[in-house]
Design a protein around this ligand. Structure first.
Ligand code: AMP
Length: 393
C-alpha cells in the first residue's frame, strides 16, 4: 500500500489530522480543526510548501470539518484512515479494522474513557460518512500495554472488581512508548533489550519495555495515575478522596476536577501548566515554580527506578514528548537523581539535543546504560499500524 494514510485524532470539539506517506521522509500535510460546534470553529494547518493557513468554519460539526480537511489534502487521496483511540480496554491488543463489532466494543468500554471514546466514535461516524468505502483502522493507546503481566496490571482490590468490572491498570501513550523504544533498538548498538521510556508532555508517563513488549507503565485505569503532569496530580494517597469529601464536603466531580485540571505543575506553581514558563520562573527565583520543577523531576526519577524492577537488564532510558525532547534541565535533574544506575550523560550533548533532534547523550566510550532523546512520532506509528492492519486483512 503506497498511497498515504490519513491519521485522525477526534476530540469532542476538535479533529487533529496528518496525511502520511509510506516514505517517512515525505512532507506531511497536517492541521487541526478546533472549537467545532461553535461560532469560532476553524481549521488551521500547513500546506506542502510549509505555509500556514487558518480557515474559519463557523458552526461546523465534525463531518463539515472533515470535508474542509479533505479539500486541504491537495488532491492526494488517502488509501486508509487511522483513528487514534484512547481506550481499547482488554479487547484490543493491536490495531483493528473498524467494522460494526469493533464500534460496538469501543462503545461498550466508553465508561473507562468517558471524555475520549464517545468523541472518537463521533469522529469515526463522521469519517465513514465523508470517506465511504475507505478502510478505517482503530489504533489504541492502551494496546501496547496489553503485554503487562498480572503483577503489574492488577490493583490489590477484591477480585470481583477486576473480573466483573475490569478494574485494572491499562496504561496509555502506548503508540509513543512503542515508537521510541523500537527506534532506540534500531539506533543503539544494544538493540531491543531493556528500555525505560519517559514520555513527558502535557500528559506524562513512563514505561519499562523488554524486547519491544511493555512490562509495566506508570498510568493505570485512567491517565491520572503516576507522574506529575501539566494539570494532573498523578499519584496521590487513595485515601485523599474520602478525606476531601468528609473534611471539605467536596463532591466526587469537584475532586475529579481538582485532580485532573487544577493540580500538577499548575497546582504546585500556582502559575502555569507550561513547563517553559515553570522553568523560567524557577530560574528567576519563584518558589512555587522551583517546587513544581523539583517534584516533577523527583517523581519521574522515582518512577523510572521503580519500573526498573520490571526489566532483567537495563540498556537505557529514553526521553520524549514536548518536555523530554526540549528540556535539558529536566533531563539533567532526573539523571542526577539516579546515580546508582551508572548513567554517564554528557552535559554538552544534553544542552544541544533540543527541537526535534534525535540522539544519544552519553560521553563517548561509556559502556553503562545509555541516555537517549528520541522525538516521538505517534502519528507516524498510527499510520504504520494502519497500513499493516489493512495489508494483513
Ligand atoms: P506535548 O504535550 O508533548 O506537546 O508537550 C507540551 C509540554 O512541553 C509543555 O509543558 C511545554 O511547556 C513543554 N515544552 C515545549 N518546549 C519546551 C522547552 N523548550 N523547554 C521546556 N519545556 C518545553
Amino acid at each position: 500500500m503506497n498511497a498515504p494514510v490519513l491519521v485522525i485524532n477526534c476530540g469532542s470539539s476538535s479533529i487533529k489530522y496528518a496525511l502520511i506517506d509510506s516514505d517517512p521522509q515525505a512532507p506531511r500535510l497536517a492541521g487541526l480543526a478546533e472549537r467545532l460546534g461553535s461560532r469560532d470553529a476553524r481549521l488551521k494547518g500547513k500546506n506542502s510548501a510549509g505555509e500556514s493557513f487558518t480557515q474559519p468554519l463557523p458552526n461546523a460539526d465534525h463531518a463539515e470539518a472533515l470535508i474542509a480537511i479533505l479539500k486541504r489534502l491537495e488532491n492526494r487521496v488517502p488509501a486508509a484512515i487511522g483513528h487514534r483511540i484512547v481506550h481499547g480496554g482488554e479487547h484490543f491488543t493491536q490495531a483493528a479494522l473498524i467494522d460494526d463489532s469493533v464500534i460496538a466494543t469501543i462503545e461498550s468500554i466508553a465508561a473507562l474513557a468517558p471524555l475520549h471514546n464517545p468523541a472518537h466514535l463521533a469522529g469515526i461516524a463522521a469519517t465513514q460518512k465523508v470517506f465511504p468505502g475507505l478502510p478505517q483502522v482503530a489504533v489504541f493507546d492502551t494496546a501496547f500495554h496489553q503485554t503487562l503481566p498480572p503483577r503489574a496490571y492488577r490493583y490489590a482490590l477484591p477480585e470481583a472488581l477486576y473480573t466483573e468490572h475490569r478494574i485494572r491498570r491499562y496504561g496509555f501513550h502506548g503508540t509513543s512508548h512503542a515508537y521510541v523504544s523500537k527506534r532506540a533498538g534500531e539506533l543503539s548498538q544494544r538493540g531491543n533489550g531493556g528500555w525505560l521510556t519517559a514520555h513527558l508532555g502535557n500528559g506524562c508517563s513512563t514505561s519499562a519495555i523488554w524486547n519491544n513488549q511493555s512490562q509495566d507503565t506508570s498510568m493505570g485505569l485512567t491517565p491520572l495515575e503516576g507522574l506529575v503532569m501539566g494539570t494532573r496530580s498523578g499519584d496521590v494517597d487513595p485515601g485523599l478522596h474520602a478525606h476531601l469529601h468528609r473534611q471539605l464536603g467536596w463532591s466526587l466531580d469537584e475532586i475529579d476536577d481538582v485532580l485532573n485540571k487544577q493540580s500538577g505543575l499548575l497546582g504546585l506553581s500556582g502559575l502555569t501548566n507550561d513547563m517553559r514558563e515553570v522553568e523560567e520562573q524557577a530560574l528567576s527565583g519563584h518558589k512555587g515554580s522551583k517546587l513544581a520543577l523539583d517534584v516533577f523531576c523527583y517523581r519521574i526519577a522515582k518512577s523510572l527506578a521503580a519500573l526498573s524492577c520490571a526489566l532483567p537488564t537495563l540498556d537505557g532510558v529514553i526521553f520524549t514528548g514536548g518536555i523530554g525532547e526540549n528540556s535539558p534541565i529536566v533531563r539533567r535533574e532526573v539523571i542526577a537523581l539516579l546515580p546508582h544506575f551508572g548513567f554517564n550523560m554528557d552535559e554538552a550533548a544534553n544542552e544541544a539535543t533540543i527541537r526535534g533532534k534525535e540522539g544519544k547523550l552519553d560521553h563517548t566510550g561509556h559502556s553503562g546504560p545509555e541516555v537517549w532523546v528520541i522525538p516521538t512520532d505517534e502519528e507516524g506509528r498510527i499510520a504504520m499500524e494502519t497500513r499493516h492492519c489493512v495489508e494483513t486483512h
